[in-house]
Design a protein around this ligand. Structure first.
Ligand code: PLP
Ligand code: TYF
Length: 399
């Protein structure tokens, strides 16, 4: 029965990591995968998380199932973090939030439910370029995929005119997938003025915003990085969706902590949406896992631990900013002054502008791994490897 089953193509990002791990060269650097590592190259275990985990270990509880939509305290804390503690949307009961299996699970459950609601003609517009899983998830859910212009290779910034033009041409009811901050893969974000314009256009054209926020706190802080969500609320957009991930912001990648929020026109609509989210989860995996949600809720529900988390998140953010600035300086010092844009990009990724051939040279000659698109993960840089990386990038940039 399985004799004719063909191999599925591997994930290009994870495939690169396998190649990196197999590389025997001692000076190798993995700028491929999107994981924050600390100065020592390790995935951090945050102190605030450790504290909750130790408290849980001291007071072990029976392991019953969570509700279908997850740990209630986790969902409540998530809503406040995304929409703001004093959000009128929350006060009006307009938001239905469910814990999901990572941000990926939120995207998938959200896409499945939207496909049911919108029917067989469902369309989604995705930024060009975007995270590869966006296409996979929405295509698999049965959406027709469209693209909107986003990245401008010439300016290494946003093609804002192209973006507005493309969004303005979409049919009403089209889902528009937006990266709230720290755009993956480019690192290029909209500024506040541009967000205001995009939100006004989404509203006017009756488009359906679907905000993916996987790096809240990695650019300017948890409040500022949620600007897109806040503006959608303030503008009176009466239907939108948010998928969020704590994988990066809590450094809890393997715990699969995320959530899906549907915003409806009123409390009654939100209740119907909540029932449909739960039905979709039930049909997928029944209910989410408890441990990661207990950790996140434990931190966010305590004023003291929450403050400590903001501090630790600030350290990760600060280290990324410092590495960006240092990389620009070191490249300029090595005769490559054209990389000043690294400090204008946000989050852990940068579209470096390196060509496929240059990326190949970095890997073959220097054991430095980047994505073939030129995306690098700035968070993988540290004091020990940054001079080596700057030297190599400067060398391959000379042709
Ligand atoms: N959205 C974006 C833009 C991402 O980059 C990622 C992870 O890399 C996710 C969603 C999914 O995150 P998670 O690992 O929580 O599924
Ligand atoms: O580096 C990135 O953009 C991510 C990393 O299930 C990743 O794709 C890989 C696999 C996965 C989630 C995130």
């Amino acid at each position: 029965l399985f004799a004719h089953v063909e191999m599925a193509p591997g994930d290009p990002i994870l495939g690169l990591t396998e190649q990196y791990l197999a590389d025997p060269r001692p000076n190798k650097v993995n700028l491929g995968v999107g994981i924050y590592v600390d100065e020592a190259g390790r995935v951090p275990l945050l102190e605030c998380v450790r504290e909750v985990e130790q408290a849980l270990a001291r007071d072990p509880r029976p392991r019953g199932y969570l509700p279908i939509d997850g740990l209630p305290a986790y969902d409540r804390a998530t809503q406040k973090l995304l929409f703001g503690a004093d959000s009128p949307l929350l006060a009006a009961g307009r938001v239905a939030t469910a814990q999901t299996i990572g941000g990926s699970g939120a995207l998938r459950v959200g896409a499945d439910l939207l496909r049911q609601i919108l029917g067989p003609g469902a369309k989604v517009a995705i930024s060009s370029p975007s995270w590869g899983n966006h296409h996979v998830v929405f295509r698999t859910a049965g959406f027709e995929l469209l693209e909107y212009r986003y990245y401008d290779p010439a300016s290494k910034g946003v093609d804002h005119a192209g973006l507005l033009e493309d969004l303005g041409r979409l049919q009403p009811g089209t889902v528009v997938l937006l990266h709230a901050c720290c755009h993956n893969p480019t690192g290029v974000d909209l500024d506040a003025t541009q967000w205001h314009q995009v939100v006004a256009l989404l509203k006017e054209r009756h488009l359906l915003p679907f905000v993916d926020i996987a790096y809240q706190g990695f650019d300017r802080g948890t409040e500022r990085d949620a600007l897109a969500i806040r503006l959608l609320g303030e503008a009176g957009v009466d239907a939108f969706v948010v998928a969020n991930s704590y994988s990066k912001s809590f450094s809890l990648y393997g715990e699969r902590v995320g959530a899906l929020s549907f915003v409806g026109a009123d409390r009654e609509e939100a209740a119907r949406l909540r029932s449909r989210i739960k039905a979709t989860i039930r049909a997928n995996y029944s209910s989410p896992a408890a441990h990661g949600a207990l950790l996140v809720a434990g931190v966010l529900e305590s004023d003291e631990l929450r403050a400590r988390w903001e501090g630790e998140l600030g350290q990760m953010r600060g280290r990324i900013h410092a590495m960006r600035a240092a990389l620009v300086d070191k490249l300029a010092a090595r005769g490559a002054p054209q990389y000043g844009f690294f400090t204008r990009q946000a989050g852990m990724f940068s579209y470096s502008g390196l060509s496929r051939a240059q990326v190949e040279r970095l890997r073959e000659e220097y054991a430095i791994y980047a994505l073939s698109t030129g995306r690098i993960c700035v968070a993988a840089l540290n004091e020990a490897n940054i001079d080596y990386v700057a030297g190599a990038v400067a060398a391959v940039s000379k042709g």
